[in-house]
Write a new protein. Structure first.
Length: 314
């Protein structure tokens, strides 16, 4: 982090401490205490108007089936020969003497089985390939679980805020589970798990960070949670789509260049632990405000990037 960014964040923190001294959490952040079977946390529910566009199912199906390289034994050269011979899609290969059996295996997969479809495509093509993203077109919008967490460090330290969001019509409905103190982590994790029984994760670097981190914290408390959901990690798709055009593929860089958003009074991710620690030591809720807003904006941006990727690759 550059010194200027650090200094700006420290000034923000001091202003928050001055402005919210003696103010309760409920007065500053609209929410309520949530009681789970294993503990409590602070539940914040908000919604944001949003439009999410996706490649239509017919187009997605045609694009996937026209890639013969998804069949075992077919590479670039063989695909070209087959297409010149009239085998334009995997369906056309059903009766092919050599590739018919392998084509049938792929065609037997339920198009709505996101896990199997993405695993199959990801086996033969890069996991950031547009065809992997196309497979999301066969799901209902409300099936997607946008996920983002804020932590006290890079590993083995508490998760202080779990954020999840679902697309409900024209609204992005967000649920955030905040720790008022570190002892509330089990309650927040339990509340988070209530959203994950069924659904498809949408994250930014979640395969490498968020999901492993959550699993580690669950294990720390001896809690059970099945987090093997199908998963679209937008970091990898974003790098494929825009790496050559942008200075980097950080989430804030993407939202600035793609949507013209420049965050004001934002806490950098690296300073979230510092802001939360100040809250714990002083009892002043001011430093919590940018943490909650940072997490919320991350989820909104994730939904927008998901939509923009579909537009980019349509």
């Amino acid at each position: 982090m550059i010194n200027q960014e650090y200094q700006k964040a420290q000034e923000l923190k001091q202003n928050l401490l001055n402005n919210y001294k003696g103010t309760s959490l409920e007065e500053v952040i609209d929410g309520e205490e949530l009681k789970t079977k294993i503990g409590t946390c602070y539940h914040i529910k908000t919604q944001e108007k949003i439009t999410v566009k996706r490649v239509n199912q017919t187009c997605a199906r045609e694009r996937i089936l026209s890639n013969l390289k998804l069949v075992y034994g077919i590479g670039e050269v063989t695909e070209r020969i087959l297409k010149n011979g009239g085998y334009k899609t995997i369906e056309d290969l059903r009766e092919h003497p050599r590739f018919g059996a392998e084509a049938a295996k792929f065609l037997a997969i339920d198009i709505h089985d996101t896990h199997s479809i993405t695993e199959w495509i990801g086996h033969w093509l890069p996991k950031s390939h547009p065809l992997v993203l196309y497979s999301s077109s066969f799901q209902n919008e409300e099936d997607f679980i946008i996920l983002d967490i804020e932590t006290m460090g890079l590993s083995s330290l508490p998760i202080i805020l779990c954020g999840t969001a679902r697309i409900c019509g024209s609204q992005l409905v967000m649920n955030q589970y905040l720790l008022r103190d570190i002892t509330e982590e089990p309650g927040a994790l339990s509340a988070f798990l209530s959203h994950t029984d069924k659904g498809i994760f949408v994250t930014f670097n979640g395969k490498a960070f968020d999901i492993p981190y959550i699993k580690e914290r669950l294990a720390y408390y001896g809690l059970q949670g099945n987090l093997t959901n199908p998963h679209f990690d937008l970091l990898h798709f974003s790098r494929r789509a825009w790496k050559a055009q942008l200075p980097d593929c950080r989430l804030t860089t993407l939202e600035k260049h793609l949507f013209g958003i420049e965050r004001e009074n934002d806490v950098p991710s690296a300073l979230v632990p510092d802001f939360y620690d100040t809250y714990v030591k002083t009892g002043n809720v001011g430093p919590l405000i940018p943490i909650v807003e940072h997490n919320k904006q991350d989820m909104i941006t994730l939904a927008n990037i998901f939509s923009r990727l579909h537009e980019e690759w349509e």
